[in-house]
Design a protein around this ligand. Structure first.
Ligand code: PAF
Length: 284
């Protein structure tokens, strides 16, 4: 089986128009490539939810800051297409930057409040780039359903909000984080980690797991839950905490005092030069 590659928004749109005229339900998984098991779980669920499955691979320059890893972001188109074929993808939409952002490009989507704080604080402009590219991808693919991982939790909430605010017809589905057997959340950026950093990176999932056990044991105080997790992150050699915060699971507002509704405990930390994120949901 081989996957058809489409490279321009207009060709993608034409393909989707034809499918829709045939009454086909389109499922869509947007990615930046370098696919791992987390992406594969999105593709498999997409396969179940659609008659046809589209994967996009586009390392989106507008969501990277000037000092971030755009140029060295890991890429493996051959490997990705092999995985896509195994997962039953019909079309890989692989536009290049000039196709997405032609000369004179100047239109952006800003989800004003949800993009503040958490990753938005340390990555200014990041969610504006994400929302913009996701809207453009949805416009080209015209999917009935689009699937995103919950590892990028703030991204998922930004996309849900944009979809509602702009009356987009696509159903947005978020799927649980896929982890390595030792707990590390799957991420394309794990490829940057040395063996030693890979071990240190476990501090993130261990910290979240500690908070989860405290929560399961009945702890409901926000600051104590955060402190429990923080103990496993502070003063770790080679781990520099960016943020560790307990926030409302939907609005992402900071939680203080008692946890009385579903919340997300989200962490970002640099392990060496690699910035990793992880989170868990806690529901009373
Ligand atoms: O999560 C990602 O891989 C990217 O942020 C996305 C949603 C494909 C937009 O570039």
């Amino acid at each position: 089986v081989s996957v058809e590659i489409i490279k321009t928004p207009s060709a993608m749109r034409a393909r989707s128009d034809a499918w829709r005229a045939d009454g086909k339900r389109i499922a869509f998984v947007p990615t930046m490539g370098y696919l791992h098991e987390g992406h594969v779980s999105l593709l498999e669920e997409g396969r179940r939810r659609g008659d046809v499955l589209v994967l996009s691979i586009f390392v989106n320059p507008t969501q990277f800051g000037p000092k971030e890893d755009l140029s060295r972001y890991p890429r493996d188109l051959e490997g990705d297409l092999a995985k896509a074929a195994r997962a039953g993808v019909e079309v890989a939409y692989v536009p290049d930057a000039p196709a997405m952002y032609p000369d004179g490009y100047q239109t952006y989507v800003d989800v004003e409040r949800l993009r503040e704080g958490l990753c938005g604080a340390s990555r200014p402009g990041h969610f504006r780039g994400v929302a913009t590219v996701v809207l453009k991808l949805l416009n080209a693919v015209q999917p009935n359903v689009a699937l995103f991982g919950m590892k990028d939790y703030q991204q998922l909430q930004v996309i849900r909000r944009m979809t509602r605010d702009l009356d987009l017809p696509t159903e947005i589905v978020g799927l649980p984080i896929v982890r390595e057997p030792d707990g590390l959340a799957m991420s394309s950026r794990n490829a940057y980690l040395s063996a030693d950093e890979r071990t240190r990176a476990l501090a993130l999932s261990h910290a979240l797991a500690a908070a989860r056990s405290a929560f399961t044991g009945g702890e409901r105080d926000a600051s104590r839950l955060v402190a429990t997790a923080r103990q496993l992150l502070d003063d770790r050699d080679g781990v520099r905490l960016d943020y560790l915060e307990l926030r409302d699971g939907e609005s992402l507002e900071l939680i203080e005092g008692a946890v009385t509704r579903p919340v997300v405990l989200a962490v970002a930390a640099f392990v060496g030069n690699t910035r990793l994120i992880d989170n868990i949901l806690l529901a009373p």
